[in-house]
Write a protein that binds this ligand. Sequence first.
Ligand code: PBG
Length: 339
Amino acid sequence: MSLQSYPKTRLRRTRASDWSRRLVAENTLTANDLIWPVFIHDRDDEGDVEISSMPGVYRYSLKSVPNIVKKATELGIPAIALFPNISDDKKNSKGTEATNPTNIVCQAIKIAKAENPNIGIICDVALDPFTDHGHDGLLDSNNENVMNDETVEILIQQAIVQAKAGCDVIAPSDMMDGRIGLIREALEAEGLHNTQIMSYAAKYASGFYGPFRDAIGSADLKGKDKELQFRDKRGYQMDPANSDEALREVALDIYEGADSVMVKPGLAYLDVVQRISSEFKLPTYAYQVSGEYNMIKNAVNRGDLHEKVILESLLAFKRAGASGIFTYFAPFIAEKLLR
Ligand code: PBG
C-alpha cells in the first residue's frame, strides 16, 4: 500500500458527503444476508409467548408459522432457522422425540413449505431441546460425559427425519466428532442428494447462550437449579481460548462433506470468522446469539444505546467475511433496509 502524505492525502475528502460515503462503502448489509431464527412450541393453547430474556422475541405456536413465513418472504429474508421448545413430558434422557417424524420441527417444516416452497428452512441437529438433562447428546452411566458415537447414531436419524420432512439445510450444532461425514453418508443413501449441511464447525462453550436455553426450555428443567442455564458443555464445545483448533474443525467438516460452516457466538469471535473465510473460501456463517441480542436489545430499550448499533453490529460480520448472519434482529433490520 502506498500513500501520499498530507495534504495531498486527506482521507476525510471521501467522507465529506453522503453520496461519496455511499460510493466508497466497502461492505453492505442486505436482507439476503439474514437468517431468522424462529422458536416454536407445541402447546397451541398458549399462543405466542414473549421470551423474557429476549424482549421482542417470541416462542410461536404452529398456528403462527404461516405468518412468519409470509413476513420473511415479504421482507426478502432468504431463510428461517427453526428451534423447538417441547413439553417436558416429551423429553427423556435419550432425546428420542428428536427422531419422531411427526415431531414439532417436522410439522413446522411442512407448514412453512406449504406457505412458501421457496423459503429456505434450516434445522438444528442436536438433542438439547429433547433431552431431560439439556445436553446435546447422550450421557454416560455417571451422568457426566456426553458419549460421542452413541449420540451420532441418533443425530443421523434426527437429520434424516428433518430432511424427509422438507428441511433444506441440516445444521448440526452438537459438536460431536465425525457426525458430518456420517450424516452426509446417510443423506446420500436416502437419495437426499441436495440437502445441504451447514456445520456449526466452530461452536464455542459460551456463556452467551443463556437466553436461548430459556427460549427452548432447557434452562430450568424439572425445577432444577437455575445454574443449569449456564450448563457446562466444555466437554464437546470449543474452548474460547482457541482459534487454530477452529481451522482444524472446519477442515475436517469440509472433508466430511459440509457445504458451509458456522461460527458461534458472533461478535466475540469475529477473528475466527475472518480466519475461516479467508483460509477456506467457502460459505461461512456467523450466529449473533441470544446473549448478544439480549445485551444490544436491552441497552437500546433502556435508551443507553441508539438503535443504529444493531446495523453496526451486523455490518461487522460482513467486514469479517461472513456470507450470512443468524440474527434475532432479522425481521427488524430487514424492514429498516427496505425503507
Ligand atoms: C443447541 C444450540 C444452542 C444454540 C443454538 N443451538 C445452545 C447450546 O449449545 O447450548 C444457541 C443459540 C443462541 O444462544 O441464540 N445445541
